[in-house]
Structure formats: C-alpha cells, structure tokens
Design a protein around this ligand. Sequence first.
Ligand code: SF4
Ligand code: MG
Length: 321
Amino acid sequence: MLTVDDLEIGFSTLHPLAGVDFSVARGEILGLVGESGSGKSMTAMSVMGLLPLIGGRVTRGSIRFEGEELTTLDEARYRRLRGGRIALITQNPMTSLDPMVRVGPQIDQGARLHLGLDARAARIRTVELMARMRIPDAARVYDLHPHQLSGGLRQRIVIAMALAGDPELLIADEPTTALDVIVQAQIVQLLVELVRERDLALMLITHDMGLVAQACDRVAVMYSGRIVESGPVAAIFEDPRHPYTRALIGCIPRPGMAEGTLAGIPGTVPSIADLPSGCRFHPRCPMAVAACRDRVPQTVAVAADHGVACLLAGAASGDAP
Ligand code: SF4
Ligand code: MG
C-alpha cells in the first residue's frame, strides 16, 4: 500500500534523511523504530506531505501510496488524502485536539469533510466510533471538552478522529508515550484490533522495541536518517544483523524510561548539522572497522525480506568483526 524508496529530505543544504526505504502492506503493522532524533517523525511528515510546513522538501526518491506518487502531488490533492485515505495519530493528544471544542464534533469533522455526511449522520457515526474505541458512555462523552477527559480517553478520541475519514493507512507517531503502562497496553491492543478488522495498514512509530515485539508484523530500524535494518519482527529479534538493532534489542526500555535514554548504547544520535562520514553509526558502533569511517554501507539482503545496511552484514550473527 505504501512504498518509500531511497527517500532523501533536504533542509537548505542539509540532508537529515537519506536512504529511507520501507513498505507497509494492507493489514500489516510496520514498526518504525529508533531513538529520538533518528528521523522517524520527519519520515511521517514526509508521507503526510507536511514537510513544507517545517521548511523541508524531498530531494530524491519516491513515496508511493496505492501506486500513486506522492512526492509530486499538489497541495489540493494532498489535502484530500490527508485525514481521508491517510491519517496521522500524534504523540500528544492535546496538540491534535482543540481545547475549546467538544470532542464529539471534532470527530464529526472527518466524516463530514471526507465522507460527505450531514451533521446528524456524522454524529451517529461518531458515537458508534467512540463506542468502538471502548469509550464508556460515548453519547455523554460526545459533549465533553478535552480537559474533562483522562489522557487515555483523549488518546482514544484522537484515534477516533483519525478513523473518522475512513483511512486505509494510519500513521501513529509514539501514540502511547505519554500514557501509563496499563493504558498504553490497552491502546496498542485497540490499534491492533482496528488494523485486523478494517484491514488497515499501520505504521507505528516508536522508540520502544518491546512495543514492536508485542504489536508489529514487520520492523524498520532507523538511525540518523536512514533505515539500517528491516524485516519481519521474528527474524529481526531472532537474528538481528545490524549492531544498532542488536543494541536496541539489548536495551528494551523499561516502563517510564524517557525517550532518548536508551541505556546500553553510549552516545547520542548525531546532530543533522554535523553528520559523521561513512556509516553514520560508526562513532557509537562497538564493531566499527577503519572502512566504516569512509564507506556508506549499501543495504544488502541477508534473507528474504530482511535487509541490512552495514559493511559487516554478510557476517553471521553474533560474530565478532
Ligand atoms: Fe558498525 Fe561499520 Fe556496520 Fe556501521 S558499517 S554498523 S560502523 S560495523
Ligand atoms: Mg519523534
């Protein structure tokens, strides 16, 4: 359904994203995982056609949605796609919800705009959707304002908003990060059910490998603006080939651990203004050899649907360099 191929993003002369390749199929959950600053949210914004808002543009590569090239789409068509066939769920419900407006009518908007429903039909559909989100007493909650709801209920409202236009592709950017562990698990469970029953494609952006293991079918690991490893979840967890993936799996974050504090990988994701030469991971890589400073690794297939961008990718898993 969505295929991103060799995507490169430019901000004036800088290229924070280069070498982004992944795809998501209908009925599939793809985890896009990496530390804070690795370019996950920027990837989401690229797919949503929102880069111009932050001064960026696509400088190479392609983003195809159901066969249609999105990188050259004009804004009017993109506006119809956004919230209609492609919807985004953001990390902080308060940024997607208008604090001054009752939550029900905010959900109605999607169905009115993208499905052409009148006010009455939209309201009926919204209450059904809210009930499906397991919001108790949906008809009453419809008339409440965001601040009257718990964080978990607000996130369910945001998911209902995303589904209101009946999308085919859902992009969820750290949808549970602000929530406690129990609520987090419930929201993830809900997303998984929605994908299965509506045959959606879901791109789940997270820094949490535990969440990937729990919810995803396939995973794309991102580091410093590029996909360094991708494949089926089982293959990646059983046989991770990229040193960064191994490190991420070695430090599945504990509940409550803040994003960007993945213990076990010393150092941080490089700043886009000061990117390392060669393999961008080399300053932090425990397996780096001299060549890693000069050569940008190409992505190689190590198994069916399992690609790795590391100069040592041919080596068997667990081997020392
Ligand atoms: Fe590490 Fe070199 Fe592989 Fe990069 S190419 S991940 S630095 S071993
Ligand atoms: Mg982010």
